[in-house]
Design a protein around this ligand. Structure first.
Ligand SMILES: Nc1ncnc2c1ncn2[C@@H]1O[C@H](COP(=O)(O)OP(=O)(O)OP(=O)(O)O)[C@@H](O)[C@H]1O
Ligand SMILES: [Mg+2]
Length: 228
């Protein structure tokens, strides 16, 4: 479903953010991408949603090389990929319901559909009672759950999460990760970039390790320990 071949990303002359990455991820897999700060995790995820183009190499998703998509084709790719960003990117002047509905409004979903799907997504992340709060009235964990609801409301085939538990305590981190795991069980391919060792070790899923832009290890049922 996702096939990355000889992917390179350079920023200027000095920074090799990604260096010859080769990676195949099948439909329905759950994959952790780990590595120290600056290893290239976010850069790799950004390439997968065409937020940034590689210097060299290809990324096939759903059978198409997305590095070759025309700009006007990019929204179609993004419809099928949900993203939980490292920095939330919630709209602070809109309430929780509207933040989640926004994804559907952008793609022109009918109002009837929105009225059905948004409450369902909020129920999944257990935030139905906070639907009319603004993001700044929520805790960090709750805001992150809004991000998860926003990413899944569209029922994407692929869900990417960049450090979804960044500033959360271990209990809340595990809760968010359980949520992502549930989404995977329901059939989505889930890819999570993270530093959270205890989470990675707990789930025993496939672990891909990046170091200085290189993929240095790829193990089924891995643990974070392998990263160091
Ligand atoms: N827009 C950019 N311009 C220049 N350099 C960049 C840019 N984005 C990332 N980099 C560099 O590319 C490298 C990889 O960065 P990236 O953000 O992918 O790391 P990361 O593994 O996600 O780190 P973290 O765990 O801190 O989020 C770093 O050296 C970073 O400084
Ligand atoms: Mg990052």
């Amino acid at each position: 479903m996702i096939e990355i071949n000889h992917l390179y990303k350079e920023y200027g002359k000095d920074v090799q953010a990604l260096n010859d990455i080769n990676l195949v991820i099948d439909r329905g897999e759950f994959v952790f991408i780990v590595g120290t700060s600056g290893a290239g995790k976010s850069t790799l995820l950004r390439m997968m949603i065409r937020e940034s183009l590689p210097t060299k190499g290809s990324i096939k998703i759903f059978g198409r090389d997305i590095t070759r998509l025309k700009n006007r084709e990019v929204p179609y790719l993004r419809r099928n990929i949900g993203v939980v960003f490292q920095d939330f990117r919630l709209l602070n002047d809109r309430n929780v319901y509207e933040n989640v509905a926004f994804t559907l409004r952008v793609i022109g979903s009918p109002t009837k559909e929105i009225r059905k799907r948004v409450p369902h997504a909020l129920e999944l992340v257990r935030l139905k009672d906070k639907a009319y709060k603004k993001p700044d009235q929520l805790s960090g964990g709750e805001q992150q759950r809004v991000c998860v609801a926003r990413a899944l409301v569209n029922r994407p085939a692929v869900l990417l999460a960049d450090e979804p538990t960044g500033n959360l305590d271990p209990g809340t981190s595990m809760e968010i990760m359980n949520l992502l795991h549930d989404i995977n069980i329901r059939g989505a391919t889930v890819i999570v970039a993270t530093h959270a060792k205890e989470v990675v070790d707990h789930f025993q899923k496939r672990v891909v390790v990046l170091e200085d832009g290189r993929l240095i290890s790829d193990q089924e049922r891995g643990v974070y320990f392998n990263a160091h």
